[in-house]
Write a protein that binds this ligand. Structure first.
Ligand code: GCO
Length: 471
């Protein structure tokens, strides 16, 4: 008898996001987002590239659908552009052309027997809301809630899987402290914590709205997508290294998962690390990491499943070299290194460590009360001369998926689905089009943006067809 690898209702998907693929940045009444603004500023993105056209999915959605069908996906994860639907970010003005576009996408998917998973926010805040303070302003939570409710009302009869916010850790830190993503702020010390806090408040408000107003009829599930590497101590037997790896997990995953899944508040490890570092420099840590107020909807319990984006692993020891600064890096006090046995995929940050995913899944099961888990992103990049016969990426998918199977059947983790990042090559944020994550190659020099299946796409499709029926 053949070994069972995946449950029959396992979700096999691929993911994209609006700004990375759609283009049509000014089409049919869409308002500008912070990524439109940011990418048009000199020096922000590799080669001063931008997502004005990207894969042109706004005009070429049918081509994307063909790709989805060719892979045999059961699920497709896409994001909605807030500013395409609500050009100034508020429900005062709805752009019907935007509604029509997403209605068609959703209807076409369902007609092809593919379930949509919809992300409400994937990095692209309407510029009009940034002008009022963006994610640093407490009022953003209710604006996000109104936008979310508009989407539940408009699309929720057909969409049953929702992600409110994608990777709040990245938005907060990379966008507001490192300045590498939009809105490009380099405010060291408190802005990232404030942004993370308002994202949690926004997420919780939307979840509660769904739960009380829409779930009874629509019967869907809502979560937020959290990114994390697997962090392990550089020396397994060294207490300081163990503590540093725990800090990394707390500052990356725990920052959001602890409030939502465990206590309704930030992890103690994180709070005390921030307090220690603040004190050293003469600041008040309590003013840096905000507290949840009783006036806000409770954050605890606001996820119907655990959505994880996993790419890579790190070995960790104390340090990092900014001890004298007020910043997250110093609070975290962790230096991350690569193991020399890990192969690197394209970009320097992406060491290929499939069994890190299995370890992280086990950690999630044990730490966050054994939730149902959807792996909402995992992928492998190519840089430089592109190979359609991308054997290394095929190996990555095969190895990673077999680690997921072990997590399910050997460790008892309740994994319910896997989404490859990404359906096709697209605008990779500050790296522009120089870093390619697709299962389909996209020719950005050609106005038709021709999509061509990579070998890894062919191999992923084979994996899906082999396991779809739960063999
Ligand atoms: C995300 C990710 C994606 C990236 C992918 C590869 O936030 O979901 O940043 O948008 O393209 O992680 O880096």
């Amino acid at each position: 008898q053949k070994k069972k690898m995946f449950p029959p209702d396992f979700a096999w998907g691929a993911a994209t996001s609006a700004y990375q693929i759609e283009g049509g940045w000014q089409a049919d009444g869409k308002g500008p987002s912070i990524w439109d603004t940011f990418s048009h500023e000199k020096g922000r993105v590799f080669g001063d590239q931008n997502g004005d056209v990207a894969c042109n999915s706004y005009e070429l959605w049918e081509k994307d659908l063909e790709c989805i069908q060719q892979l045999g996906l059961t699920h497709y994860r896409l994001s909605l552009s807030w500013a395409r639907l609500l050009p100034d970010g508020t429900t005062r003005h709805v752009n019907q052309k935007g509604v029509q576009y997403y209605n068609k996408v959703i209807d076409d998917l369902l007609a092809s027997n593919v379930s949509p998973m919809v992300t409400l926010y994937h990095f692209d805040l309407p510029q009009a809301l940034q002008d009022q303070g963006g994610w640093k302003s407490p009022g953003i939570a209710s604006l996000f809630d109104s936008y979310a409710q508009f989407c539940f009302q408009t699309f929720g009869d057909r969409v049953k899987l929702w992600i409110t916010i994608n990777e709040p850790q990245v938005c907060a830190k990379v966008g507001h402290e490192d300045g590498i993503h939009a809105p490009g702020l380099k405010e060291k010390g408190t802005a990232a914590y404030l942004v993370g806090h308002n994202m949690l408040r926004a997420h919780a408000a939307a979840w509660h709205s769904y739960n009380s107003l829409y779930r009874p009829e629509q019967k869907g599930a809502v979560s937020l997508a959290l990114n994390s590497d697997w962090y392990e101590p550089l020396n397994q037997g060294c207490t300081e290294d163990i503590a540093a790896a725990e800090r990394d997990l707390a500052f990356t995953l725990g920052w959001f998962a602890w409030p939502v899944f465990v206590t309704g508040d930030y992890p103690e490890i994180m709070r005390s690390a921030i307090n220690t570092q603040s004190k050293k420099l003469g600041y008040n840590g309590a003013c840096r990491l905000p507290s949840f107020s009783n006036d806000d909807p409770a954050v605890l319990g606001t996820a119907d499943f655990f959505a994880l984006n996993y790419y890579t692993s790190r070995k960790v020891k104390p340090g990092g070299g900014c001890e004298q600064m007020l910043c997250m890096k110093a609070d975290q006090d962790a230096e991350e290194v690569l193991d020399s046995s890990w192969p690197i995929s394209g970009v320097s940050w992406l060491a290929v460590v499939p069994d890190g995913l299995r370890k992280l899944l086990k950690y999630i099961k044990d730490t966050f009360n054994d939730p149902a888990v959807l792996i909402t992103e995992n992928g492998f990049s190519q840089v430089g001369p592109l190979q359609i016969e991308d054997a290394q990426r095929s190996v990555h998918y095969k190895d990673t998926i077999s680690e997921v199977a072990k997590a399910i059947y050997e460790d008892g983790v309740n994994v319910r689905g896997y989404f490859a990042w990404s359906l096709m090559d697209n605008f990779e944020w500050a790296d522009g089009f120089s870093v390619r994550f697709g299962l389909f190659h996209v020719d950005f020099a050609d106005s038709k943006r021709t999509r061509t299946l990579y070998q890894s796409g062919r191999d992923y499709a084979k994996i899906i067809s082999k396991y779809k029926s739960g063999q």
